[in-house]
Structures are given as C-alpha cells and as structure tokens.
Ligand binder design. Structure first.
Ligand code: HEC
Length: 96
C-alpha cells in the first residue's frame, strides 16, 4: 500500500518536472526566434543598425525599405537577402 503510493508520487513528480522543462525550452525557443532573429541583424547591429538607417535615409514605409534594399546604391550588398528577411525587417522596424 505504502509502496504503490510513493511510486505514484514519484511518477507524478517526474511528469511535472518533464512538463516544466518542456515548457521552458519551448518558451526559450520562441523567444529567441522572435523579432530579434533574422539575417539583416547579422550585419546590421551597433552603429550600422537598421534603426539608424531608417532615420538617416528617412525611410517611411515598407515599400521604401524594399526598393532601397533591392534597387538602391547598396543593392549589391543585399543579394543574399530574401523577401522573407525584408518582411521580417519591416515588422521589426514597424514600418507601415
Ligand atoms: C551581408 C551583410 C548584410 C546583410 C545580410 C544585410 N545588409 Fe544591409 N547593408 C550592408 C552593408 C555593408 C551596407 C552599407 C553600409 C554603409 O553604407 O556603410 C548596408 C546598407 C543597408 C541600408 C542602407 C542602404 C543605402 O542605400 O544606404 C539599408 C536600408 C539596409 N542595408 C537594410 C538591410 C535589410 C532590410 C536587410 C535584411 C533584408 C539587410 N540590410 C541585410 C550589409 C548587409
């Protein structure tokens, strides 16, 4: 009698522990792959941040950002950037 109930408690504790670890890992993963994680930021950080360019170049819309990256004087530096990366940048910069 006493033995079975302690096994139950152990298995319940094990279940709870695994559940918590799972939750923490999932949250951590979604946090890390959220807004702050896209290719543009690999090159654009610190003094070359996207925020700074948006201010300097007076980029006011998603369309302006797209055409500057694709057809602007620095388009050659962005050949490896995908449409998806640009869309993520638009969301990150909250451009209309
Ligand atoms: C391989 C590195 C790299 C990646 C990835 C990259 N950039 Fe750049 N980007 C540069 C460099 C280098 C410049 C030029 C910096 C300078 O003018 O001193 C630049 C310039 C810019 C400029 C200014 C353009 C201009 O005409 O002056 C904008 C806006 C910009 N990048 C946006 C983006 C966005 C949005 C992404 C993601 C889709 C991105 N970049 C990804 C390297 C990169």
């Amino acid at each position: 009698m006493k033995k079975t109930s302690s096994i139950k408690i152990y298995s319940f504790a094990l279940f709870v522990t695994l559940f918590l670890i799972g939750t923490i890992l999932t949250l951590k993963h979604s946090y890390e792959t959220s807004a702050e994680d896209f290719k543009c930021l690999k090159c654009h950080k610190g003094k070359d941040s996207l925020e700074k360019y948006v201010q300097e170049k007076k980029i006011k819309s998603a369309e302006e950002l797209r055409s500057l990256v694709r057809k602007g004087p620095k388009a050659g530096l962005h050949l490896t950037s995908t449409e998806e990366d640009i869309e993520k940048a638009v969301k990150y910069l909250k451009l209309p």
